[in-house]
Design a protein around this ligand. Structure first.
Ligand SMILES: *[C@@H]1O[C@H](CO)[C@@H](O)[C@H](O)[C@H]1NC(C)=O
Ligand SMILES: *[C@@H]1O[C@H](CO)[C@@H](O)[C@H](O)[C@H]1NC(C)=O
Ligand SMILES: *[C@@H]1O[C@H](CO)[C@@H](O)[C@H](O)[C@H]1NC(C)=O
Ligand SMILES: *[C@@H]1O[C@H](CO)[C@@H](O)[C@H](O)[C@H]1NC(C)=O
Ligand SMILES: *[C@@H]1O[C@H](CO)[C@@H](O)[C@H](O)[C@H]1NC(C)=O
Ligand SMILES: *[C@@H]1O[C@H](CO)[C@@H](O)[C@H](O)[C@H]1NC(C)=O
Length: 394
């Protein structure tokens, strides 16, 4: 039996009229807590509550027009076993019901899907089919593909969702309790999106940010074992927990792209904590998790102002060697740290390992803010209007 605060009985979806995705933080948290102050037209999803408009989240998503209008879906507490696929271009906000909107550890909405890609070549089956949540305008745009450049997305593919937001929702791929092939919690391509107080749980390839994907994570949890932050696009992980559920490959595995304009595609982990998922696994993985490895030579990743526990390999990053040839290329690959601290940072180990770049202030400056790295599909920097700055600065 679902227990809602009594005020929920007076659902008042039509009182406020809000036309953009930018709902004030106060209204949003009240909507999540009690179902009041929700944007006009908010769709209610619950598997058990009779007042719900839909019993599954995907049926709510499918009810939305394929246009640029803004929509909000409020998901009541519960575990939803389904795969979500968002293709529409208009702003979409998914809100998880919660009494603790500022604590991902107390999320009450979980979306689970159990799937992995057992085709290790990645050529006959694509990783996207394993994903809990897919945000991408077309199937082609969502494909990981194989080889140094991945799947060649057709030039006439439109850009997808311009302002996707999720709050207080856990996305969990339950396929296995260990790395057993790519098993995405998230597949995010050709779209802009922010995830606030969310959780992403899997073991291998948990979070995939594909081509032209711009994804911002705030006070979220990203958990995995092998190459679990990977992709082609741009990810900024702010004030979050990166949890190690084992060590395999590296935490980050990025594939850079040569573009006609300067790009800063890569993954930036900032003001965050990188640590063993729990105290039982900590002794087993001590000193053995690599910060990353180059999926191709243009890999770019930076851990900045972040804490690293004793799980981290003394060398920091490692090379990725295939048939005796390492993918690391000096001057091209950027596998970096800036002001990381804690027992996981070993300056001697980094030097001896010879693949980790320890940046100084000047070296980090070109990457030090989201507006310096997020760019639109034409390469123009400063593409950050889709980030919920009110929530981030609160
Ligand atoms: C949505 O509309 C666009 C533009 O008209 C179209 O290309 C696309 O196929 C549509 N998507 C779906 C899922 O119908
Ligand atoms: C997501 O939905 C689109 C539009 O219906 C479809 O073409 C695509 O195949 C779906 N993606 C996956 C991975 O099933
Ligand atoms: C600790 O984390 C590991 C890796 O996810 C998991 O297998 C194990 O069950 C967890 N142990 C506890 C006590 O939570
Ligand atoms: C991109 O350019 C660099 C430098 O010229 C080259 O080493 C690399 O192979 C190119 N990568 C791809 C994926 O084309
Ligand atoms: C570090 O690696 C570079 C190539 O990336 C090589 O030229 C250099 O000799 C290496 N230094 C040491 C100390 O191994
Ligand atoms: C730091 O790395 C060096 C070189 O790999 C190693 O000899 C040393 O034991 C490491 N220190 C710690 C505290 O792990």
């Amino acid at each position: 039996m679902l227990r809602l605060p009594s005020i929920f009985l007076a659902l008042c979806w039509h009182i406020l009229s809000v036309t953009s995705a930018a709902v004030s933080q106060n209204s949003r948290t009240q909507c999540q807590f009690s179902g009041t102050h929700c944007p006009s037209g908010t769709i209610l999803v619950s598997a058990t509550d009779s007042r719900a408009d839909y019993t599954t989240i995907q049926s709510a998503i499918n009810s939305l027009p394929n246009d640029t209008s803004s929509h909000t879906i409020l998901i009541l507490s519960g575990t939803y076993k389904e795969q979500l696929n968002v293709t529409r271009p208009g702003p979409l906000t998914l809100l998880g019901q919660t009494n603790s909107p500022h604590d991902a550890a107390q999320n009450t909405v979980t979306i689970t899907w159990a799937a992995a890609n057992l085709d290790s070549t990645g050529q006959s089956v694509d990783n996207v089919y394993s994903s809990v949540l897919i945000v991408s305008p077309t199937l082609d745009a969502s494909l990981t593909g194989s080889g140094t450049t991945g799947f060649a997305v057709p030039d006439d593919t439109p850009f997808g969702n311009k302002d996707f937001r999720a709050y207080n929702i856990d996305f969990t791929n339950t396929w296995a309790e260990y790395s057993d092939g790519p098993a995405h919690a998230l597949s995010f391509s050709r779209a802009n999106g922010g995830f606030y107080y969310c959780g992403f749980y899997s073991y291998q390839d948990t979070v995939y940010i594909g081509k032209l994907g711009n994804a911002y994570f705030y006070k979220s949890t990203l958990a995995g074992e092998t190459d679990f932050l990977y992709g082609f696009g741009t990810a900024w992980i702010q004030s979050s927990d990166v949890l190690l559920r084992g060590c395999g490959g590296g935490i980050t595995a990025w594939k850079g792209t040569n573009t006609t304009f300067e790009n800063k595609y890569g993954v930036y982990i900032v003001d965050s904590t990188v640590k063993a998922a729990n105290s039982s696994i900590a002794p087993d993985i001590k000193g053995s998790c690599a910060l990353g490895r180059p999926w191709n030579s243009e890999h770019r990743s930076i851990f900045a102002d972040s804490y690293e526990d004793g799980s981290i390999d003394a060398s920091g990053y490692i090379n990725w060697v295939i048939s005796g040839v390492g993918r690391y290329e000096q001057g091209i690959t950027l596998m970096a740290e800036y002001k990381t601290y804690g027992p996981g940072f070993n300056a001697t180990g980094r030097r001896v390992g010879n693949v980790t770049t320890v940046l100084d202030k000047k070296g980090y400056a070109p990457y030090s803010e989201p507006k310096k790295v997020f760019q639109n599909q034409k390469g123009v920097f400063g593409d950050v209007s889709w980030i919920d700055w009110e929530t981030v600065s609160a």
